[in-house]
Design a protein around this ligand. Structure first.
Ligand code: HEC
Length: 399
C-alpha cells in the first residue's frame, strides 16, 4: 500500500510544480484579492499610507518594494510577537500569501486578464469602519499654531440621545492627521460634575491644579496614528446613556505651519441589546525612574477588577522607544499566579510602539474569575542620553 501511495503523492506534487512554472500568478487573479483584504484599508486615497494600491497601474511601480516589505514583514504593520497570543485583528500575512507575492514579482509582476479581477472593494469614504449610523463633528474648527506646545483641549459635543444607546462599532477620525496626535472620546452622563465650565463646542483647557469633581463616565473610542476603529463582537456593546455628552480630549501637536482641525466620531449601534457590556479602562504607570546605566528596566502597572471580567483586548502604549513590551495577565490569588491563564505579547526589539498603537483583540474573551490583576510589563531600554523620538511621540509619562 505504502509503495503505491508514495509515487502517487510525488507525481501530484510534481504536477503542481509544473503548473506553477508555466502559469505565474497574475495581478488581477491572484494579487489583487490579497491587496484588497490586507493592504487597501491603509493604501487608498485619504488613508494613512503614502500611496494607493488599488489598480495595476498604481501597484506595478511598487512591485519590488512590496515584495521586500512583505518578506521582511515590515508590511502589513503588526508588531506583536507571533509566539504569544492569537488575535482576531492580526494583520500579518500568512506564509502562502507572502510566497504568492514573491512568485508574482519574480515572474516580472504580470498583469494578467482583467476579467478575472474581483470587484473593487467598497469603502465608506472617509472612514475605516463601515458607514456610520450617526456622526458627531466638532462644532468648530480648532486652529493649531505653527509652533509651541498645545495643552490638551476638551471639546463637549452633546449627543442629543433621548434614549440609552448601545454602540457596537466606533471610530474617532481626525480632520487633519498632521496635527492630531490623539483623540479620546469620553462619555459624560447627565448630571456629571466633570468640567462644569466647558461650553458645548468651545475648546476648553482645565485650569492647572483645578480638580473639578467627577470624571468622564466612560472611554468610548480613541484615535492615535495607525489605530483601527473599535469593532466589538455581536452580543457586546458600550452603553451611552440618554442625554450624555461626548467629551473629546484632543491632543494637537504643532507641525511647523498653522493648521486647522475638525475631527469626527462615527458610531454604529447594536441591532439589539447586547449580552455583554464592554468598558475600557487603563492600567497606567507614569511615575518611575530608570536607574542610570541599567541594561533593561521593568515597569509594572496593574488594575484590579471587582467582579468576574472577560478581557476583550489590550492596547500597550508608551511614549518613548521601548526595547520590548510584554503584557501578562495573571489570575489571583497571588499564590496561583501563572502566566498560562493570561497572555503575553511582545513587540519586536527596538520598535517604536507609539507608531502603531493597535489594540490586540483576543480570539476569545479571556474569562477570569474575580478579582483579577492584569499587568503590563514594558521593558524599557536604558536611555543614557535622550530617548529616541518616535513618530508622534510626546514626553514620557504624559498620556
Ligand atoms: C495599517 C496600515 C497599513 C497596512 C494594512 C499596510 N500598509 Fe503599507 N504602509 C503603511 C504606511 C503608513 C506606510 C509608510 C511607511 C511607514 O510609515 O512605515 C506604508 C508603506 C508601504 C510600502 C513602502 C515601504 C517602504 O519601505 O517605504 C510598501 C511597499 C507597502 N507599504 C506595502 C504594503 C502592502 C503590500 C500591504 C499589504 C500586504 C501593506 N502595505 C499594508 C501602512 C499600511
Amino acid at each position: 500500500m505504502t509503495l503505491t501511495r508514495v509515487p502517487v503523492f510525488f507525481l501530484a506534487a510534481a504536477a503542481a510544480l509544473a503548473a506553477a512554472k508555466t502559469e505565474p500568478p497574475t495581478f488581477h487573479k491572484d494579487i489583487l484579492p490579497v491587496l484588497q483584504k490586507r493592504c487597501q484599508d491603509c493604501h487608498r486615497p485619504g488613508e494613512i499610507a503614502p500611496m494607493a494600491l488599488l489598480t495595476y497601474r498604481e501597484v506595478r511601480p511598487w512591485a519590488k518594494a512590496i515584495q521586500e516589505a512583505v518578506v521582511s514583514k515590515k508590511m502589513p504593520p503588526w508588531p506583536a510577537d507571533p509566539h504569544f497570543g492569537k488575535f482576531t485583528n492580526d494583520r500579518s500575512l500568512p506564509l502562502h500569501e507572502i510566497e504568492l507575492i514573491s512568485a508574482w514579482v519574480a515572474a516580472g509582476a504580470p498583469e494578467g486578464d482583467a476579467q478575472l479581477a474581483p470587484p473593487p472593494s467598497q469603502f465608506a469614504e472617509g472612514w475605516l469602519m463601515p458607514k456610520p449610523d450617526v456622526v458627531f463633528e466638532m462644532p468648530n474648527e480648532f486652529e493649531v499654531p505653527a509652533s509651541g506646545t498645545i495643552e490638551y483641549q476638551y471639546i463637549v459635543v452633546p449627543t442629543g440621545f433621548n434614549e440609552d444607546k448601545w454602540v457596537e462599532i466606533a471610530e474617532a477620525r481626525p480632520g487633519n492627521r498632521k496635527v492630531t496626535h490623539h483623540i479620546i472620546a469620553f462619555t459624560r452622563e447627565p448630571g456629571s460634575k466633570w468640567l462644569p465650565d466647558a461650553r458645548p463646542g468651545v475648546p476648553y483647557v482645565p485650569r492647572k491644579g483645578d480638580k473639578s469633581e467627577g470624571g468622564p463616565s466612560e472611554l468610548l473610542v480613541g484615535y492615535a496614528p495607525g489605530m483601527e476603529p473599535m469593532i466589538l463582537r455581536a452580543g457586546q456593546a458600550k452603553k451611552v446613556k440618554a442625554g450624555s455628552d461626548l467629551v473629546l480630549q484632543m491632543h494637537y501637536t504643532a507641525a511647523g505651519a498653522a493648521a486647522t482641525d475638525r475631527s469626527r466620531i462615527g458610531l454604529i449601534f447594536a441591532k439589539e441589546p447586547p449580552k455583554e457590556r464592554v468598558f475600557t479602562g487603563n492600567a497606567t504607570n507614569s511615575k518611575f525612574v530608570i536607574p542610570p546605566g541599567a541594561a533593561a528596566h521593568e515597569v509594572k502597572s496593574e488594575i484590579t477588577f471587582q467582579e468576574d471580567t472577560k478581557l476583550v483586548d489590550l492596547m500597550p502604549h508608551m511614549h518613548v522607544s521601548a526595547g520590548r513590551i510584554s503584557c501578562t495577565g495573571w489570575c489571583i490569588p497571588p499564590a496561583r499566579r501563572r502566566p498560562s491563564c493570561g497572555y503575553r505579547a511582545t513587540t519586536s526589539t527596538g520598535s517604536c510602539f507609539t507608531t502603531w498603537p493597535t489594540s490586540w483583540r483576543f480570539r476569545r474573551g479571556r474569562a477570569w474569575s474575580a478579582p483579577l490583576i492584569s499587568t503590563t510589563l514594558p521593558i524599557i531600554r536604558p536611555t543614557p542620553t535622550r530617548p529616541r523620538k518616535c513618530a508622534g511621540a510626546t514626553r514620557a509619562g504624559k498620556r
